[in-house]
Design a protein around this ligand. Sequence first.
Ligand SMILES: Cc1ncc(COP(=O)(O)O)c(C=O)c1O
Length: 388
Amino acid sequence: MSKTMPPAAARPVPATIASFVAMDMMREANALAAAGRSIIHLETGQPSTGAPLPVRQAATEAIAHETLGYTEALGLPRLRARIAKHYGEKHGLAIDPARVVATTGSSAGLMLAFLALTAPGGRIGMARPSYPCYRNIATALGMEPVEIACAAEDGFQPTVAALDSLNRPLDLLLVASPANPTGVVLPRHRLAEIAGWCRAAGVPLVADEIYHGLTYGAPATTALEVDGETIVLNGFSKYYAMTGWRLGWMIVPESKIRQVECLAQNLYIAPPSVSQHAAIAAFDATDELEANRTRYEGNRRLLLDGLARIGLTVPASPDGAFYIYARLPDGWPDSTEIAHRWLQETGVTVTPGIDFDTVEGGRYLRFGYAGATEDIAEAVARLERWRL
Ligand SMILES: Cc1ncc(COP(=O)(O)O)c(C=O)c1O
């Protein structure tokens, strides 16, 4: 060994990353299914139906006729232009296609945003509860997740008062609407207040809009409508039912395009080529996608009614995404125990709230309702028969 090599004990230690509990639950449930058990998956956030037909047809065409090599790191120009057009169609916004970045899922968008806006040690503000990978990606990158405790009566979303009361400055604030795990949609005025706070404090805002398109009341506002400098994350995994195609996008301010490009080139070269060719067709698959949304809306009602009968309460209205974040009755064991007992005793898989909120999550469970309606009905029936 070289004399200049530091002893192992003096070398930096990799960050310890918590697991993504929903994925652990899925693995456990899959093992039981492989052993012959009847399992109903309400733990993961993915549609049970595949990509819309025009997307699958476009993928077949691309496989037949395209080389499918690397695309530019920022994505296929035709896809970037189509995404920009979508902002005109949906939100009346003129977005320069140069500001659109195709990413390897919005997961890659999260990494790119964090790395483009801050550095190891940077403080990343996020709601508690929120999507666990926010906290875990920040930790993996040597950044500090700053969890903002959000009350049910505020829709589990940050308020300006909570942001004002932080005792050290943030380097970035991340908000999600509709949110995971709660399904809560931030009304435009609250999004505008948060963006206003960020502008005044000089804190860049990152808005995760991956659940846009999935609302059951008023459509969600894009943060770009209230502040054009926001970095917006979105993707094809949820409304477009393309989870495994690993394709997302970002809208970045002009000043960040080159930096994001350099990061993407080096981190993963380019997003999947076949997915990019196919995804262009997703924007015109409206009938199929809206039929999915209508099914989720029915599933949501079924599940809300069922959970009320079982004795769980839903303290913040889940008006978007495909999740219900429900509170356990007092006196029940914690949600990790309940989730494991339900899996073993009923075959219904859910995600314990501890994935989203390490402080209060022991009292909550997240239910995903993007499955088949018969499965949601059967899950409710099994849970109604179950006894503590
Ligand atoms: C809030 C939120 N953001 C981002 C993601 C990442 O999605 P993907 O990488 O499939 O685009 C998820 C996935 O469940 C999510 O719930």
